[in-house]
Design a protein around this ligand. Structure first.
Ligand SMILES: Cc1cc2nc3c(=O)[nH]c(=O)nc-3n(C[C@H](O)[C@H](O)[C@H](O)COP(=O)(O)OP(=O)(O)OC[C@H]3O[C@@H](n4cnc5c(N)ncnc54)[C@H](O)[C@@H]3O)c2cc1C
Length: 382
C-alpha cells in the first residue's frame, strides 16, 4: 500500500516540525516520518538566540513565556564569557538573553504543534530510501510513501541526502565535526554556572562549552578533525581544565555536527534538504537550532507556494536560502578561519583585542540582530 500526501517530510525534529507546521497551516496534506518515538533525547546544548525566539513566535506563536511554562525552556541568561586555556578573554552582558531549551521537551512540543495543525505523524518509521525525482520514500519496513514534494529533515547523517547524486561527499565528511557532550547534575560541577561559557584553544577549529540549565550543567566539545585530533582526548583535557574528574563521567555521547559543509543548493528533483541534512549550521559557534527551524519553514512555505501555483518549489526555496541564510553562513565561515589564524599566528590576545573592540555588536551578531557580514544590521524576512 502506498500512502499519498501533498508533501512528505523525513525527520520530525526542528526542521521537520517547522516544515510540517507551515504546510499543514496552509491546508496541505503532509506526512512527517521519524525513526524515533517522541519525546526522545537529542544531544544538544539547547542555546537559543534572539532570532530563534523571533522565529518561534512568528511561526508557532510560542514565546519564551509559553515555552517556559511548557517545560521546554529552563534557563535564561544575558551574560556570556569566553576563555582560553589560560585567561578569560571576554565577559559581557547583552540586552537580550540566551535561552536554553530541553530538547526532549522542545522537540516533542513542536512536533505536536505540527500534528495539531493537521500533519500526520508516522513515528518509529525509519526512512530507508528516497527517489528524489519522483517523490517516493520507502521505510525500513517496506512501506511506501508518495508526495508531490519531499523535504529531507533527517539530520546530519541524512538518508535523503545520500539519494542526491551531486553532493560532494568528501567535503561533507571533511567538514563534519565530531562532538562529545555530557549533562552533569549542577551539584556535581565544581562551581555554580550562571551563564554560557565558551573555551577556545583546545582544537584548531572548534571549542568547548559549559551551559547552565535548570538542575544541570551541559559540558561539550566540538571541532573539525585534523590528522592528530582525538576528540575523546580533547574532551578529557577540557574536563581537566574545568577541574572535573573525567573518570567520574559516565554517559558521554557524540553526534556529528555539520561545521561549514552547508549545501548552497540543497535541491534535487522534487526533493529539498533542510537543517542539518543540508549542513545548515553556523560554522563559528555551531548554532543549528535557528537554521533548522528557519530552513524548515522556508522549505515548507516553498512547497505550499509551489502547490498553490503548480510550480516547482525548489527555486523559491533556494531564493530564500540565498537571500537570508547562505550569506550569514559564508561570512561566519570567513570569520572562523580569520579568528583561527589569528590565534595560531598572533596568539590569544588577538582574539581578546577583537572581542574587546567589537563588544556588544558581536553579541548582537550571534543573536542575529546584526549580520556576520561586517556586523551590518540584519533584517530577517519573517
Ligand atoms: C553536541 C551538540 C550540541 C549542540 N548545541 C547546540 C546549541 O546549543 N544551539 C544550537 O543552536 N545548536 C546546537 N547544536 C546543533 C543542533 O542540535 C542541530 O543543528 C539541530 O538539532 C538540527 O535540527 P534538524 O531538525 O535539522 O535535525 P535533528 O535535530 O538532528 O533531527 C533529525 C531527526 O531526523 C530523524 N531521523 C534521522 N534519520 C532518520 C531516518 N532514516 N528516518 C526517519 N527519521 C530519521 C531523527 O530521529 C531526528 O528526530 C548542537 C549539536 C550537537 C551535536
Amino acid at each position: 500500500m502506498t500512502h499519498t500526501f501533498d508533501a512528505l517530510i523525513c525527520g520530525g525534529s526542528l526542521a521537520g516540525s517547522a516544515a510540517g507546521f507551515a504546510l499543514a497551516k496552509a491546508g496541505h496534506s503532509v506526512a512527517i516520518l521519524d525513526r524515533a518515538t517522541f519525546p526522545r533525547p537529542k544531544l544538544c546544548g539547547g542555546l537559543l538566540t534572539w532570532k530563534s525566539v523571533k522565529l518561534l513566535e512568528h511561526l508557532f506563536g510560542e514565546t519564551p513565556g509559553t515555552l517556559t511554562r511548557a517545560g521546554a525552556i529552563n534557563y535564561a541568561s544575558n551574560q556570556y564569557s569566553i576563555h582560553t586555556r589560560t585567561n578569560a578573554v571576554a565577559h559581557g552582558t547583552l540586552s537580550f538573553p540566551f535561552h536554553f531549551v530541553d530538547r526532549t521537551a522542545f522537540d516533542a512540543l513542536l512536533l505536536n504543534k505540527a500534528r495539531q495543525a493537521g500533519a500526520t505523524i508516522f513515528q518509529d518509521t525509519a526512512v530507508a530510501h528516497c527517489d528524489p525525482a519522483r517523490g517516493i520514500v520507502t521505510s525500513q519496513t517496506g512501506e511506501t510513501f508518495q508526495g508531490t514534494a519531499v523535504i529531507g529533515a533527517d539530520g546530519a547523517n541524512s538518508v535523503v541526502r545520500k539519494s542526491f547524486s551531486d553532493v560532494d561527499t568528501k567535503r561533507m565528511r571533511r567538514l563534519m565535526a565530531p562532538t562529545i557532550e555530557v549533562r552533569l547534575p549542577a551539584h556535581a560541577f565544581p562551581r555554580p554556572v550562571t551563564h554560557p561559557e565558551l573555551s577556545i584553544g583546545f582544537l584548531d577549529a572548534g571549542y568547548g562549552w559549559v551551559f547552565p540549565n535548570n538542575q544541570s550543567v551541559i559540558v561539550g566539545v566540538c571541532g573539525l578533525k585534523t590528522k592528530n585530533t582525538n576528540i575523546s582526548q580533547v574532551f578529557k583535557e577540557y574536563l581537566e581544565f574545568l577541574k572535573i574528574d573525567s573518570e567520574a563521567i559516565p554517559d558521554r555521547r557524540g553526534h556529528p555536527l555539520p561545521y561549514g559543509n552547508y549545501l548552497k543548493e540543497p535541491v534535487s528533483g522534487v526533493t529539498m534538504l533542510a537543517g542539518d541534512a543540508a549542513g545548515l549550521v553556523e560554522p563559528l559557534f555551531g548554532e543549528g537550532i535557528f537554521f533548522a527551524l528557519c530552513s524548515g519553514m522556508y522549505a515548507g512555505e516553498a512547497v505550499a507556494h509551489g502547490l498553490a501555483k503548480q510550480t516547482s518549489p525548489g527555486p523559491e526555496y533556494i531564493r530564500r536560502l540565498n537571500q537570508q541564510i547562505i550569506p550569514e553562513l559564508k561570512a561566519s565561515d570567513h570569520l572562523r578561519w580569520a579568528m583561527s589564524k589569528g590565534m595560531q599566528w598572533i596568539g590569544p590576545w588577538s582574539l581578546k583585542l577583537f572581542l574587546t573592540m567589537a563588544g556588544t555588536p558581536l553579541g548582537e551578531m550571534v543573536h542575529g540582530m546584526r549580520s556576520y557580514s561586517w556586523l551590518r544590521e540584519k533584517h530577517w524576512d519573517f
